[in-house]
Design a protein around this ligand. Structure first.
Ligand SMILES: *Cc1c(COP(=O)(O)O)cnc(C)c1O
Length: 369
């Protein structure tokens, strides 16, 4: 007699599929026996960690026998100082994915609806499905969020709206005016999550003054992360910025030690390293330009991006085949078929050398050299 555990699982969980992460370098090494692999699959910062963050981690290793500070006092204080807000407005997460999940579980149950855009970040459908709530997926406009249509999709059942700006994997971007106009239309009892994982890569005039809107819109929750421009993806630290009331609710559900000791000190140090941040941004701009020009020159269709990655159309239309061929040349990119983008691959911006390796491999495969 065997038990059908699948049937016992919560209904939302039964419909879930495991998250497909970018292929790890050592996995490809094991599978194909090749070295000098270039991984441009997960939008990580190619510069390596800030030396200040590394030094902070080394210093903190002697304390690893102790539990972390469950309230993340110093990191919240550092964030509050950075933004001119109060520590009570911050919720720390094991990556911002953790806080995205918390927000959904705090506000949404199976009878509710969650609104997000077609081609939007994959975690939104995952957390919605896990709860068993209804995902209202609004068709994209020019690959990006159609905010007018999203506002119209809000009903009495809507509890949550997810907006990624810039969005991953399309790299599309919404202006400050468009976002502000949207916030004005959304009923106060609908929580709007503005996911700004790639905020730092925007130029100053493109960056929405979203934190200043918190005073006006009590239903706004902003999420940011140390995984991208701050280069700490492996440590898993992200955070939400909201009203103290919403932060208090998130904090009730949050696992007490969801951010570990090394991540806490590294994040505080990373915030201080403006030089590293500026270098990362400059490197990304050069890489975006290089790859965009390459795609243009080779008539490869791509989606102009404001993030640290670009999605492009496999010239043959067969993204899986091109993905495999690139793997054999030691270059890992990311197929984005699951985002309703058949034929597309996403490449993260690497170092100058990594970008050149990608360009060379792709050129060989499409026969342009
Ligand atoms: C990468 C990413 C995140 C953040 O991931 P964490 O590593 O969990 O902080 C959040 N939103 C989007 C759109 C992303 O691409």
């Amino acid at each position: 007699m065997t038990c059908d555990f699948h049937a016992l699982a919560n209904q939302g969980i039964q419909g879930l599929h495991p998250y497909q992460a970018g292929k790890p370098t050592d996995e490809l090494e094991r599978e194909l026996g090749i070295s000098n692999i270039v991984k441009l699959a997960s939008n990580e910062n190619p510069l390596g960690m800030s030396p200040l963050a590394l030094a902070a981690i080394e210093k903190a290793t002697s304390e690893l026998t102790r539990y972390p500070d469950s309230n993340g006092f110093y990191l919240k204080q550092a964030l509050a100082d950075k933004y001119g807000l109060t520590a009570e407005q911050f919720t720390l997460g094991n990556g911002s994915n953790d806080v995205l999940d918390l927000i959904a579980r705090v506000f949404v149950s199976s009878e509710h609806e969650v609104v997000f855009s077609q081609h939007a970040f994959v975690v939104y459908p995952i957390v919605t499905q896990a709860i068993g709530a209804k995902a209202v997926v609004v068709p994209a406009k020019d690959w990006g969020h159609d905010l007018d249509a999203m506002a119209e999709a809000i009903t009495d059942k809507t509890r949550l709206v997810f907006i990624a700006n810039p969005n991953n994997p399309t790299g599309t971007f919404l202006s400050s005016d468009a976002l502000y106009g949207f916030m004005q239309k959304v009923p106060e009892n609908v929580v709007v999550v503005l996911d700004e994982a790639y905020y730092e890569y925007l130029s100053e005039d493109e960056q929405a003054p979203s934190t200043s809107w918190l005073a006006q819109f009590s239903n706004l929750v902003i999420t940011r992360t140390f995984s991208k421009a701050y280069g700490l993806a492996g440590l898993r630290v992200g955070y939400a910025i909201s009203s103290p009331e919403i932060a208090d609710l998130l904090n009730r559900l949050r696992q007490p030690f969801n951010v570990n000791s090394l991540s806490l000190v590294a994040a505080v140090a990373a915030l201080k390293d403006q030089q590293y941040l500026q270098q990362s941004i400059a490197l990304n701009q050069q890489g975006l330009l290089l790859l965009s020009q390459f795609f243009k020159q080779n008539a490869i269709s791509y989606i102009p991006s404001k993030g640290n990655f670009i999605s492009f159309l496999a010239p043959s239309g067969d993204a899986q085949e091109l993905y495999q061929q690139l793997l054999h040349k030691g270059v890992i990119v990311r197929p984005v078929g699951p985002y309703q983008m058949p034929g597309y691959l996403r490449v993260s911006i690497g170092t100058e050398q990594e970008n050149q390796t990608f360009i060379k491999a792709l050129s060989q495969l499409i026969g342009s050299i």
